[in-house]
Design a protein. Structure first.
Length: 251
């Protein structure tokens, strides 16, 4: 089997998943975008968190050309990304009880804010505890996860619950357990994960919905422009000045 054929199979699998989330998550995407628009209007702040590779989708909506300037990354030391050494430490930290509460206690989150939590499995202690603690603070939680994991795996949180059980809105990525779309007789392990493609697209669909909802109310969405186009830096300086009290990634 040629590499080109495998590449085509992966694209087909990713496209199929994108079509599913477009059609099956339509109401949840609309609700999430509306919640974010409501929060912008009401003076709230916006945060996103993901651990390990789930952090890629969180980072994609922060300080992003074409994205909402108000989206802030909620960092957890050693967990956001795979730059920690050894990389396996990040996975271990996701299972530590109490870490999420300690992070939230020292974060700027407050009642009326929105926190997007991205966790493919939604089973580890960190995302579950973060969602529970955030809601206890009066923060609205949007969870991005694969609901399939709840029926095929066991929770690693003491409550026995999953991320989806502690969210105001759940976006289901439809990713199969194991996050690998392809198999081959000559390769023992499944391969070609698509969770980043799908999760990133889901969140960008939510951001687009939020921008449209703000415009429908006669409010200019606080969007960033590329710094690589003429006038981009000046545009961004204006937006960041206007909303500076709700932007934390530049401090």
């Amino acid at each position: 089997m040629s590499d080109r054929k495998l590449a085509g199979q992966f694209f087909d699998a990713a496209i199929g998943l994108l079509q599913r989330v477009r059609d099956e998550d339509e109401d949840a995407i609309e609700a999430a975008g509306t919640l974010i628009a409501d929060t912008v209007v009401d003076g709230g702040r916006l945060f996103a968190f993901g651990a390990g590779h789930s952090s890629l989708a969180a980072q994609d909506v922060v300080y992003r050309a074409g994205g909402l300037a108000l989206m802030n990354l909620l960092p957890v030391p050693g967990v956001v990304g795979v730059d920690v050494m050894p990389a396996t430490l990040g996975s271990a930290l996701e299972r530590v009880d109490g870490l999420a509460s300690a992070v939230l206690d020292s974060s700027p989150l407050r009642a009326g804010d929105v926190l997007v939590i991205i966790s493919l499995s939604g089973r580890n202690a960190l995302p579950v505890e973060m969602a529970m603690s955030a809601r206890a603070l009066g923060v609205k939680v949007i969870g991005v996860t694969s609901v399939a994991y709840t029926s095929e795996t066991t929770s690693r949180h003491v409550s026995g619950t999953y991320l989806k059980d502690h969210c105001d809105i759940v976006l289901d990525s439809k990713i199969a357990v194991g996050d690998a779309e392809l198999t081959l007789e000559t390769i023992e392990a499944p391969f070609a994960p698509a969770s980043t493609v799908v999760t990133t697209a889901l969140l960008q669909a939510v951001m687009a919905t939020a921008a449209g909802a703000l415009a429908d109310r006669g409010i200019e969405p606080p969007l960033l422009r590329s710094g690589n186009v003429d006038g981009g830096h000046e545009w961004n300086d204006r937006v960041m000045t206007e909303y500076g009290d709700r932007i934390f990634y530049r401090r």
